[in-house]
Design a protein around this ligand. Structure first.
Ligand SMILES: [Zn+2]
Length: 73
């Protein structure tokens, strides 16, 4: 039995791979398995990477709009 570091809910699952990502059934936070025996979790750093990708897409779209305006002239 291990516990969510965010809300301390009991997570009664077994894991085999370090670095496996699971969602807490109580608070939904993404957890990374950092230890197998005993199982321990750390907060997964995935949200930061996702937001960086979104920023990239927004920049690309704004560039496309500028090129379209130039074509009209
Ligand atoms: Zn939790």
């Amino acid at each position: 039995m291990s516990y969510c570091p965010e809300c301390e809910a009991a997570i009664d699952e077994e894991f085999e791979d370090l670095g496996e990502i699971v969602s807490c059934p109580e608070c939904g936070v993404e957890l990374e398995v950092i230890s197998i025996d005993p199982v321990e979790f750390d907060l997964a750093p995935i949200d930061d990477e996702d937001s960086e990708d979104e920023d990239w897409d927004e920049d690309e779209e704004s560039h496309d709009e500028e090129y379209d305006k130039e074509d009209d002239y």
